[in-house]
Design a protein around this ligand. Structure first.
Ligand code: P53
Length: 476
């Protein structure tokens, strides 16, 4: 007896800005990530674009990336070979609207995704489409300060409308913004924000997030008008925050930290800012500038499902001194949990945390969930006979999928599971290729050398079996 439905959407996830390359081909405009270098040099422009974007760099990893733009047929064929039922991918906004402000879309950009969707259809793979995955046109960052400017809502709505009209015949599942709460951690790629030292940082970030929320509801409205069967999801960078100890102050601090991520999903799933936001905004010294009708539109058009990424749980203390020990292994700073091991990038591995997180999210919203990212970024070695024995990745995925199934047994309705970076791609946080997530290895290194040849890792065959048995056989 399988626990998961027969139509459970097993698959993988990629994003245009990390996979496609072809950054200036067929009329594409510059994206936010096209301005970011790799490795340590990435930190300055990523976290402080007001300073870091003034320089030019030798190498920009997104410009070629893994060249999915020219390899999509081969890559989709490999996904089909694993038995994928779904592929989560994003559309590059500046491929469709190079600057973001145009009225008419770039036909060559649209034609590319026609071909991708036709290929997926041929293999019976359901596309799950992120409309904005860290991919606001760079022009809007430069000229509007991205999502801080209300006009960006109109640009997005125009863009989303084009997508719904063109692709609703292929696409049922849409995600309006990737990891909406990431705007608080990496506001440049989350919101196209170039925050100056003199700015009130939180004011800028929460105002921009408000515009994203309004845009998401407006897009939901239009999606339903174009095709009532369209399913719209929000997307959270999830991961339960645990209290550092059982001290009540630590518990309260963890609760507040969790609210910092749930606040946007509270709006998208329930249709209104939660009551705790009033005190939160007051203490941050910010006022959200809303226009007449904003609250109404948020109320009327909540999302249909909650999608999220899960890599790790986090820890928070109520003692500011203790919180100073947080590591920066991740865009989410966290204290070390003594019960968990960490990856080479310091991401703490917590499969049970996935079960906890799923239950928390479902208890909160009672809407279907969709795990649209989960996985292990690690260094892989190719043996002399072209094999990649990535047992560490298999173990990570097996342990997480086992806990995912526990959560489904707990009663959580789950649409699907698309593991992150099902084919190796450029890391969002570090720009590296060395941090690999894929079932499929891509021959390309941190400096952009390599043949781009695709190789099946051991995890490829393991995941094929998992899908084939609908999650019954996770052994390795
Ligand atoms: P990379 C940080 C923490 C949690 C999720 O991240 C994050 C990030 C961004 O660094 O983003 C998601 O590539 C995101 C993907 C990203 C993936 O996690 O830094 O949606 O675009 O690639 C993994 O290892």
């Amino acid at each position: 007896m399988t626990v998961l439905n027969n139509n459970f959407l097993w698959g993988g996830a990629i994003a245009a800005n990390q996979a496609e390359g072809a950054y200036n081909i067929d009329g594409k405009g510059l994206s936010l990530v096209d301005m970011l270098p790799a490795g340590d040099a990435r930190k300055l422009p990523l976290f402080n674009p007001a300073k870091g974007l003034k320089q030019t760099y030798d190498y920009y990893p997104s410009h070629e990336s893994i060249d999915f733009y020219h390899h999509y047929e081969e890559d989709i064929r490999l996904f089909a070979e694993m038995g994928f039922k779904a592929l989560r991918l994003s559309i590059s906004w500046p491929r469709i609207f190079p600057k973001g402000i145009e009225q008419e879309p770039n036909e060559a950009g649209l034609a590319f995704y026609d071909k991708v969707f036709e290929t997926l259809e041929r293999y019976n793979i359901e596309p799950v489409v992120t409309i904005n995955h860290f991919d606001t046109p760079y022009y809007l960052a430069e000229h509007y300060n991205g999502w801080y400017d209300r006009r960006t809502i109109d640009c997005y709505v125009n863009y989303a409308t084009v997508l719904f009209k063109r692709y609703s015949r292929y696409v049922n599942y849409w995600i309006t913004h990737n990891e909406i709460n990431m705007i608080l951690h990496i506001p440049y790629i989350g919101g196209g924000l170039i925050i100056q030292d003199s700015d009130h940082r939180e004011q800028v970030m929460y105002q921009a997030a408000h515009h994203q929320l309004v845009a998401s509801s407006l897009a939901t409205k239009i999606a339903k008008e174009v095709d009532p069967t369209n399913q719209i999801g929000c997307m959270l960078a999830a991961g339960e925050v645990y209290p550092h100890t059982c001290h009540p102050n630590d518990m309260m601090a963890a609760l507040s930290k969790n609210r910092e991520q749930y606040i946007f999903i509270d709006v998208q799933a329930r249709g209104a800012y939660p009551t705790y936001s009033q005190r939160m905004f007051k203490e941050l010294g910010i006022t959200i500038d809303k226009q007449l009708g904003d609250d109404e539109i948020l109320k009327q058009y909540p999302v249909d499902f909650i999608s999220f990424s899960y890599y790790s749980s986090r820890l928070e203390s109520g003692d500011p001194e203790v919180n100073k020990q947080k590591g920066d292994g991740n865009a989410f700073a966290s204290l070390r949990n003594p019960y968990l091991e960490a990856s080479n990038w310091g991401w703490q591995i917590d499969p049970v945390g996935l079960r906890v997180t799923m239950n928390q999210i479902y208890d909160r919203y009672q809407k279907p969930l969709f795990i649209v990212e989960n996985g292990l970024g690690e260094i892989d070695h190719v043996t002399s006979d072209g094999k990649i024995h990535d047992v560490y990745r298999i173990q990570y995925l097996s342990d997480h999928i086992a806990q995912m199934i526990e959560a489904v047994k707990d009663g959580v309705p789950l649409i699907g599971y698309t593991s992150w970076g099902c084919i190796d791609l450029v890391s969002a946080g570090s720009g590296e290729m060395k941090k690999r997530y894929g079932f499929i290895y891509v021959d390309r290194d941190n400096e952009g050398n390599g043949t781009l040849q695709r190789l099946r890792k051991d995890s490829f065959y393991w995941y094929q079996k998992v899908i084939n048995t609908n999650g019954e056989d996770l052994t390795y």
